[in-house]
Write a protein that binds this ligand. Structure first.
Ligand SMILES: Nc1ncnc2c1ncn2[C@@H]1O[C@H](COP(=O)(O)OP(=O)(O)OP(=O)(O)O)[C@@H](O)[C@H]1O
Length: 250
């Protein structure tokens, strides 16, 4: 069993307010993990703990077999945050420049990108179907196109795990579909491990092989056998569209 992430008995609170209690789960290499749950149940908090943006009260997280406190280089991980929705797209920069910015460790600060860097940017934009937009100002892109550019930016350093926090919020259904099929392709055909927070339980039921649900009182609701999860989904979303048969629950 090749666990790429192990979350063990994780608890966290903001001040007096407990958010997560004794949460444990694992992610295998190549998994597509969906994190669902009610507003305020702690999904973003959980992701921030996994990214070491926050520190747990108790419990621990291992990534690539190492405690995350000991990880020095985070270049195997990329994160697209909820904040993308507030990104200032009127900033006068092109698609190519946005993606290139993540190559600064290779290019060097204040240096001009070489032909090989331009080629890398082209290839990654091609992967997300945005190669024809290289010279376009990001302010002129649609929400879905901007989304794909940010995925390209996240992929340029060849990460092994991609974290996305509700990244399709605010884009139309067709663009959303394109982003989901891109993520599915990256996961199934390129072996990228993906962890996605979403409220779209219909989409996630089709693309994820593993789903965890944060329920009331900061507990992880993943006990399908006694029907708890389906009840909780009905309570949170008013429906339970997910077919759990082929999902991994360990
Ligand atoms: N920095 C903070 N300080 C205090 N409370 C916070 C902070 N960040 C989040 N919270 C609170 O912690 C709870 C969990 O927030 P979190 O953003 O993790 O939930 P979420 O499940 O991602 O919610 P949503 O689905 O609405 O995005 C919420 O009640 C939120 O108000």
């Amino acid at each position: 069993m090749d666990n790429i992430i192990e979350v063990n008995n994780l608890s966290f609170g903001y001040g007096e307010k407990f958010i997560l209690k004794d949460v444990s789960f694992s992610v295998r290499r190549g998994d597509f993990l969906g994190i669902i749950g009610a507003n305020g149940s702690g999904k973003s908090t959980l992701m921030k703990l996994m990214l070491k943006i926050l520190t747990p009260l108790s419990g621990n997280i291992k990534m690539f077999g190492q405690n995350i406190e000991d990880i020095k280089s985070w270049n195997k991980i990329s994160y697209i945050s909820q904040k993308l929705n507030f990104f200032n797209s009127s900033f006068p920069t092109t698609v190519e420049e946005v993606v290139e910015a993540n190559l600064f460790s290779q290019i060097g600060l204040f240096k001009r990108p070489k032909k090989c860097h331009k080629e890398m940017v082209y290839q990654i934009l091609e992967k997300v179907g945005m190669e024809g937009y290289r010279k376009i100002l990001i302010g002129n892109l649609s929400g879905g196109e901007l989304q794909r550019v940010f995925i390209a930016k996240a992929l340029i350093n060849n990460p092994e795990i991609l974290f996305l926090d509700e990244s399709t919020v605010g884009i139309d259904a067709k663009s959303e579909e394109t982003v989901y099929s891109l993520l599915t392709d990256l996961n199934r055909n390129h072996g990228l491990t993906i962890i996605l927070i979403t409220h779209d339980i219909f989409q996630i039921s089709h693309i994820a092989n593993r789903i965890i649900c944060l329920g009331k009182n900061g507990l992880l609701e993943q006990d399908l056998k006694n029907g708890m999860t389906e009840d909780i989904l009905k309570e949170i979303y008013g429906q339970s569209l997910i077919d759990f048969k082929d999902k991994r629950w360990d």
